[in-house]
Design a protein around this ligand. Structure first.
Ligand code: DC
Length: 219
């Protein structure tokens, strides 16, 4: 791999997306949100009514799955069988379904090539849960971003526009997702041994990105 890959892992609400976007902008490289792929899988499971807990059914579903990213200007659009599904994957039920179905090793294997193919051709910042541990163990720089649960829940609560939102429920769902993501056997959420850990609880986005840039050599 001749490209420069930077990985940012961490739990939901730690600030990965905003920080990865800003960091990639400052470095002039691509930003890849790998959670979108797991959300894409969940979206299709829901749309097609797939009994994904059954391994045989899951295998057939994954064989027919046609997910990919399309580069548009400086952002990536998620395409499923030719259809742009980017705007349909950010609902709370898709978040939960992505978290539970992503524990299936078959799902993870099915998404590996998509991620690695991008990395083969472009310098990029990849955000996810297992970027530094499994997908890109040889990444040039690895970061693990975390923050207190109550602070992460508050951030997510402020992002949600629905009137029915309830901060306790947001925090509860986040806790369940943290548990699913970090306790699963396949590629659990955890810092790579050589990851630089940053607690974003009391830092601004600019402060976190500033810390990261200090660790990264100029290309
Ligand atoms: O980053 P996100 O919240 O959009 O991710 C949604 C879910 O997808 C997350 O709860 C776990 C799963 N995921 C994963 O297992 N591995 C990744 N690299 C990214 C996301």
């Amino acid at each position: 791999m001749n490209t420069r890959i930077i990985t940012i892992d961490g739990p939901a609400g730690a600030g990965k997306t905003t920080i990865s976007k800003l960091l990639s902008k400052k470095l002039g490289c691509v930003y890849v949100d790998t959670g979108a792929l797991y959300r894409g899988v969940a979206y299709e499971i829901k749309r097609q009514g797939v009994i994904w807990e059954n391994d045989e059914v899951l295998e057939v579903f994954l064989k027919n799955l046609d997910l990919n990213f399309l580069m548009e200007k400086d952002s990536l659009i998620l395409i499923s069988s030719g259809r742009d599904i980017t705007n349909f994957i950010r609902t709370p039920d898709i978040s939960m379904l992505a978290s539970s179905s992503s524990a299936k090793p078959q799902v993870r294997v099915a998404l590996l090539d998509i991620q690695r193919n991008i990395a083969n051709t472009k310098d990029a910042v990849f955000e996810g849960r297992d970027m530094g541990t499994v997908v890109f163990p040889d990444a040039a720089y690895k970061f693990f971003l975390f923050a207190d649960l109550s602070i992460r829940a508050k951030r997510r609560y402020n992002e949600i526009s629905e009137e029915s939102k309830d901060i306790k429920q947001v925090q509860e769902e986040m806790k369940i997702r943290d548990g699913n993501d970090s306790k699963r056997k396949a590629a659990p959420l955890k810092p790579a041994e050589d990851a630089i850990k940053i607690d974003s609880s009391l830092l601004t986005i600019e402060q976190v990105v500033g810390k990261m840039l200090k660790c990264i050599d100029k290309p």
